[in-house]
Design a protein around this ligand. Structure first.
Ligand code: PLP
Length: 400
């Protein structure tokens, strides 16, 4: 089977690591082992000394179940290699420690946990960190003051869904001998493949769309083999590997990723259209709406607009809280990318700690509600939102 056709992504994801175990099972068993037995010391030494390939110890990354997952992760982003981690933050921290020690430049808004890592831990270690909220080619160029720096970016960004021009960032990074790392969690590899746009490394919180069912915590890195090899050494020393059982669950999730993302995209578009102009909704931030400031750029670098959106409720924070509390199908919970729809109010949750002033700089208002649109019937999601908004505004139908 040819796997290099551009439209073969779904086929490749399902068939790239077909297992042949003699029993006919299409998939491998889970290798729940920490160690591997050798027939004699000579054979063990051959592996320890690198003269023969072989399995020694699972924490080092040598486990058939985890390696099979990593082949699947690489296939998703069309990367040469993939690495699996115990969480998204494990993938991000190992990547920054391996490739960002000359300095990290963050383009646009980034996940709060990544910001915490950079400010609370990397800066005190002496790693220079620059935050470029309003980045363009000129400001990035001015920030890349020495070779070997790491540009880190997230697009679409949380919670404003702001879109960063990845081709432009990659051009500038390359010119200054810097690497470009992209957190592709919000888009998923079905909707956006940063390596094809010029990025060097892609990270994911696999806890989100890749896992897709809000039941596992994992992370991923996809890049060329030389770049992942350097990160793998950090992962080994920091002990950031996930368990074989979680790896098997994640491998299973990947097989349905294309069809799940297609439905997330479709549901989100339907909800965004219904919310756009709905009484009590001041603004809808969704890359798929022509009114969204980054709509054209998103259309150029994404193949789908994703399942994440933010609606701004007219009347401010208290009104938004009332809407969130009135929702019955959406769950009031952090995280994203699962089959169930979630709502959170960034000013009270993910962006509470940074304070009002920093939120204003980022364009995050108290009235915003971030929605992770799940796989329920979109008419039920729209009905839930409209009843919650109507009730908060006092315009809903009274219960008989
Ligand atoms: N990147 C993004 C965009 C996220 O939203 C998150 C978590 O919410 C992370 C990274 C961290 O992932 P994890 O919680 O799996 O460590």
């Amino acid at each position: 089977m040819s796997t290099d056709k551009p439209n073969a992504q779904a086929t490749r994801i399902i068939h790239n690591r077909r297992h042949r175990d003699g029993f006919g099972s299409p998939y491998s068993p889970v290798y729940n082992t920490t160690t591997y037995r050798f027939p004699d010391t000579g054979a063990q030494r051959e592996v320890i000394e690198g003269r023969k390939p072989g399995y020694l110890y699972t924490r080092w990354g040598t486990n058939p179940t985890i390696q099979e997952l990593e082949q699947g992760l690489a296939a998703l982003e069309q990367a040469e290699a993939g690495l699996a981690f115990a969480s998204g933050m494990a993938a991000i921290s190992a990547t920054i420690l391996a490739h960002g020690r000359q300095g990290v430049v963050c383009v646009g808004d980034i996940y709060g946990g990544t910001q915490e890592l950079l400010v609370n831990h990397c800066q005190p270690l002496g790693i220079p960190v620059t935050f470029l909220l309003q980045a363009n080619e000129e400001t990035l160029e001015a920030s890349l003051t020495r070779p070997g720096m790491l540009v880190f970016c997230e697009t679409p960004a949380n919670p404003t869904l702001a879109i960063t021009d990845l081709r432009a960032m990659a051009r500038v990074a390359q010119k200054h001998s810097a690497l470009l790392a992209v957190d592709n969690t919000f888009a998923s590899p079905i909707n956006q493949r940063p390596l094809e746009l010029g990025a060097d490394l892609v990270v994911h919180s696999a806890t989100k769309y890749l896992g897709g069912h809000s039941d596992l915590t994992a992370g991923a890195l996809m890049a060329s083999a030389p770049l992942t090899d350097t990160v793998a050494a950090w992962r080994k020393s920091l002990g950031q590997l996930l368990s074989p059982e979680t790896a098997a669950m994640l491998s299973r999730s990947l097989r349905t990723l294309p069809v799940r993302i297609r439905q997330h995209n479709e549901n989100a578009m339907a909800v965004a259209r219904a919310m756009d102009g709905y009484p009590g909704v001041a603004r809808v931030l969704y890359p798929g709406l022509p009114s969204f400031p980054g709509h054209n750029l998103a259309g150029e670098q994404m193949s789908g607009f994703g399942g994440m959106m933010t609606i701004e409720i007219a009347g401010g924070g208290q009104m938004a809280t009332a809407v969130a509390d009135n929702l019955q199908v959406f769950l009031l919970a952090t995280s994203l990318g699962g089959v169930e729809s979630l709502v959170s109010q960034p000013s009270l949750t993910s962006h509470h700690a940074i304070g009002q002033e920093a939120r204003e700089v980022r364009g995050i208002s108290d009235g915003m509600l971030r929605l992770s649109i799940g796989l329920e019937d979109s008419t039920d999601l729209i009905a839930d939102l409209t009843q919650a908004i109507d009730k908060a505004r006092g315009t809903g139908k009274p219960h008989s």
